[in-house]
Design a protein around this ligand. Structure first.
Ligand SMILES: Nc1ncnc2c1ncn2[C@@H]1O[C@H](COP(=O)(O)OP(=O)(O)O)[C@@H](O)[C@H]1O
Ligand SMILES: [Mg+2]
Length: 401
């Protein structure tokens, strides 16, 4: 008789209640230790329900990566829509990831599509689109809450749009206020690149998300485990171990992935519960999500420069390196690929960008561009693993090294 692999797998008891609840985009019903932020958001936006379209709210949410900014704002958005629907008030909530929609045009199309899916994607100027948007809102007597998540990515190319959206009905006397904005940024300094009036509008309300403490991370991970994994399949001890790693990474996404990996490992070993060895196994195999995200969006040139840094650090076995140490290898890599190396000042820009993305740390020692000396370090990821990830990413872009 042939083995029925599906039946065998289906017969096997699972450790999970619901594996999908560990997905990074899943929004749980509760967010332990973000009650304060949810309260503040609700208080600020209550007026959209008590006095619809009388005021436009604009706020800025800040805080480092992986501490629940996106999840909190989305959960708040769901609550707002529910409360509005109950009272027959029309509010549209649109959550835009500016890392994905990097131009004003893309953002505007996304906003319009939230109200009319069949609106053509091409053929309009941004100014036309703004008019279409306000027309829609007026005709429907509707309010639009726009969340510009990862706003820093829009600021360089789309500053005009941010200006226009924050201003839309300000100049009209007695006009209905139909647009509210929540901007989410990691680092507040990025808004310095906006014009003064937009900046001062956004700076009026800033909601800073503080990092979680280790105890808070424990509570959060325990809650997330209780939704996704069977009750007897994990212990406080295991959650504590996970919380320890998450605290180091500073990113809850690391914990969700670690929990998933450890549980999968337990299942593959036919264990009835996740033990500390499973967590160790999971840890060994994980790379911080912030780094993975950052790499996903880097251009080929930047990836090659980053690869040069990693290779030099690996070869010299020192904890730090400098730009002049990297140049040689970088030029060789470029030459092998038949590419022109980037200029010194462009490479400096790359380094600054890598630092902003938390991929490297940069210790600048002074001097103008040519005389400037900087030490470059990589902390979070074993170099061999890092090198592999970059090669995979390059391969996906058609480059083999
Ligand atoms: N307090 C919390 N309770 C439960 N899950 C959380 C909490 N904070 C963050 N998470 C989860 O951690 C992940 C990262 O959160 P996210 O909102 O994406 O962070 P940020 O936007 O600050 O980078 C998400 O999958 C989110 O569901
Ligand atoms: Mg986020």
């Amino acid at each position: 008789m042939t083995t029925d692999y599906f039946e065998n797998l289906l017969k096997k008891p699972s450790i999970f209640n619901d594996e999908q609840t560990l997905d990074l985009n899943f929004i749980p019903e509760e967010l332990p230790h973000r009650e304060k932020e949810l309260t503040i958001l609700s208080q600020l936006f209550l007026i959209l329900i008590t006095h619809p379209n009388s005021i436009s709210r604009k706020i800025l949410v800040t805080g480092r990566t992986g501490i629940g900014k996106t999840a909190t704002v989305k959960l708040f958005g769901n609550m707002l829509i529910k409360a509005a629907n109950k009272r027959d008030i029309e509010i549209n909530y649109v959550h835009i990831n500016c890392r994905k929609e990097r131009t004003s045009y893309k953002v505007l199309i996304k906003l319009i599509h939230s109200m009319n899916k069949s609106f053509p994607k091409r053929g309009y100027s941004p100014q036309d689109l703004l008019e279409v948007l306000t027309d829609y809102l007026n005709t429907r007597d509707s309010h639009l809450l726009i969340v510009l998540d990862e706003l820093s990515y829009l600021i360089n190319k789309g500053a005009d749009l941010v200006y226009a959206l924050t201003r839309i009905s300000d100049d009209l006397v007695n006009a209905r206020q139909r647009i509210s904005i929540i901007g989410i940024v990691r680092d507040i300094s990025c808004i310095n690149n906006l014009d003064v009036s937009t900046m001062s509008t956004l700076q009026r309300n800033i909601l800073k998300f503080e990092n979680y403490t280790k105890e808070q991370i424990f509570d959060i991970m325990k809650y997330r485990a209780s939704i996704s994994i069977k009750e007897n399949a994990f212990s406080d001890e295991v959650i504590e171990m996970i919380a320890e790693s998450v605290f180091k990474a500073g990113d809850i996404r690391y914990g969700l992935n670690l929990l998933w990996k450890a549980s999968k490992f337990a299942e593959s070993r036919n264990l009835k519960y996740v033990n500390s060895e499973c967590v160790r196994f999971g840890n060994q195999d994980l790379v911080a999500f912030s780094t993975q995200d950052a790499i996903k969006y880097l251009s080929i040139q930047k990836l090659i420069f980053l690869l040069s840094i990693i290779k030099v650090l690996k070869k010299t076995q020192k904890s730090k390196t400098s730009i002049s140490e990297i140049l040689n290898l970088y030029e060789i890599l470029c030459e092998n690929l038949g590419w022109k190396p980037r200029s010194y000042s462009q490479l400096w820009n790359y380094l600054n960008e890598f630092e902003k993305e938390d991929i490297i740390t940069l210790d600048v020692k002074s001097g103008d561009i040519k005389g400037r000396k900087a030490f470059i370090e990589i902390h979070d990821i074993p170099l061999t693993k890092f090198e592999d990830i970059i090669k995979v990413s390059l391969k996906s872009k058609g480059i083999r090294i």
